[in-house]
Design a protein around this ligand. Structure first.
Ligand code: NAD
Ligand code: TYD
Length: 379
């Protein structure tokens, strides 16, 4: 039997956070799991309907910037673990409104760190048995060149399609790669990563940071490429492809990320960084073709029916060319492996969005957007 733990998962009403909360609530009935979320436009408690009545689950609506409320909560609930996912997460929004990203991602993270420090240092056992685990992105490393079109074999398990793994360059992001963020989003995440490490190096707080590649799967807010495009294909709306669609992203099924988080929270080494990814690079335009093919097949449309929706639009400012994670350390040291081939993951994801039209209608409805966008604008 596992030791009892009292954990706060921040951002648990968002995309990745909801998968992490679900996994922990189902797997660890003896834990107390507190989902702490402000419910911005991206937070949606409908993502957690299946676990909301479990006795080991609690929801607390709170802004991570509210230092005093967070400190009180830690003290009241005797928190010994924090898994921190709450953030502003969309690059395009960060280009329009960088201040909100600095506020939540940088100041919010610092506020959690400082509250955790004060609370844990007040205890007789201090940092013994405690853990502050910060979830970050591979985007902090910057962009890689595309210089190896013939493909490179990955050393470890890949989630590539049956056609095999393609790497679009011979460079990868390693845990030792120098930070070089380009977008306001990645700059804010990089800054928060540095603060987390500084709390370990300065005060001895037991911290861990992980940097993951692009996630996809159920419950992702339809401002991101995959859910947005699945929904647009279904409704025969244009598919806005930025630039030439040549940018490369490395995709991981969200439940594989959640499993990695569980493993690293329990078995990862303090002060370490782990990269999480499945060696699964796709050019945007190729991925869009796969989505079109899959949605058309499931809806019974003739092959190629939705190709005419592809609409090339002005490129994103500062659009990073290529992301590619090397997760050898995680695969080798902790034995994590991605579980799904990309084709299976995309099939599951497309079916989920097509089967859950009510969820999609809710988060894209005028009422929902007006409510959340107002909150967003007023912050
Ligand atoms: P998301 O936008 O879907 O969810 C973010 C959640 O944080 C929402 O529930 C929102 O309500 C909450 N939140 C935002 N500001 C808050 C605040 N001030 N106080 C409390 N809660 C607040 O994001 P996601 O895609 O699930 O990403 C989760 C984390 O994982 C982020 O830290 C992100 O940087 C990181 N990450 C994401 C990806 C990806 O592909 N989505 C990849 C690697 C890392
Ligand atoms: P996104 O899902 O926003 O993730 P990120 O920018 O964090 O990688 O975008 C994934 C890729 O898809 C990225 O290269 C930008 C591109 N993209 C489009 O071409 N059109 C769109 O409408 C969106 C949202 C993204």
């Amino acid at each position: 039997m596992m030791a009892k733990r009292n954990i706060i998962i921040t951002g648990g009403a968002g995309f990745i956070g909801s998968h992490v909360v679900r996994l922990f609530v189902n797997k660890y009935p003896e834990y107390k799991i507190i989902n702490l979320d402000k419910l911005t436009y991206a937070g949606n408690l409908a993502n957690l309907k299946d676990v909301e009545n479990k006795p080991n689950y609690q929801f607390v609506r709170m802004d991570i910037c509210d230092f005093e409320a967070f400190y009180d909560l830690m003290q009241r609930e005797k928190i010994d673990g924090i898994i921190h996912l709450a953030a502003e997460s969309h690059v395009d929004r960060s280009i329009k409104d960088p201040f909100t990203f600095a506020k939540t991602n940088v100041m919010g993270t610092l506020s959690l760190l400082q509250a955790a420090k004060l609370y844990w240092e007040s205890l007789p056992e201090k940092y013994e048995g405690k853990r502050f685990y910060h979830i970050s992105t591979d985007e902090v490393y910057g962009a890689l060149k595309m210089n190896h079109p013939e493909g490179v074999e990955p050393p470890f398990k890949t989630v590539a399609s049956s056609e095999g793994h393609k790497a679009y360059g011979d460079e990868f992001f390693y845990e030792t790669t120098k930070y070089n963020p380009h977008s306001p989003y990645s700059a804010s995440k990089a800054s928060s990563d540095h603060f987390v490490r500084a709390f370990h190096d300065t005060y001895g707080m037991p911290t861990i940071v992980t940097n993951c590649s692009n996630n996809y799967g159920p419950y992702q807010f339809p401002e991101k490429l995959i859910p947005l495009f699945i929904n647009n294909i279904r409704h025969r709306k244009p598919l806005p492809v930025y630039g030439k669609g040549e940018n490369v992203r490395d995709w991981l099924y969200v439940e594989d990320h959640a499993r990695a988080i569980d493993l690293i929270f329990h078995e990862g080494k303090v002060a370490e960084t782990y990269n999480i990814g499945g060696f699964n690079e796709w050019k945007n335009i190729d991925l869009i073709q796969v989505m079109i093919k899959t949605v058309d097949r499931i809806l019974g449309n003739p092959e190629g029916h939705s190709l005419d929706l592809i609409t090339y639009v002005t490129d994103r400012l500062g659009h990073d060319a290529r992301y590619a994670i090397d997760s050898t350390k995680l695969q080798q040291e902790l034995g994590w492996e991605p579980s799904l081939q990309f084709e299976e993951g995309i099939e599951k994801t497309v079916r989920w969005y097509l089967d859950n039209q009510e969820w999609m209608d809710n988060v894209t409805s005028g009422d929902y957007m007006t409510y959340y966008e107002q909150m967003y604008d007023n912050r």
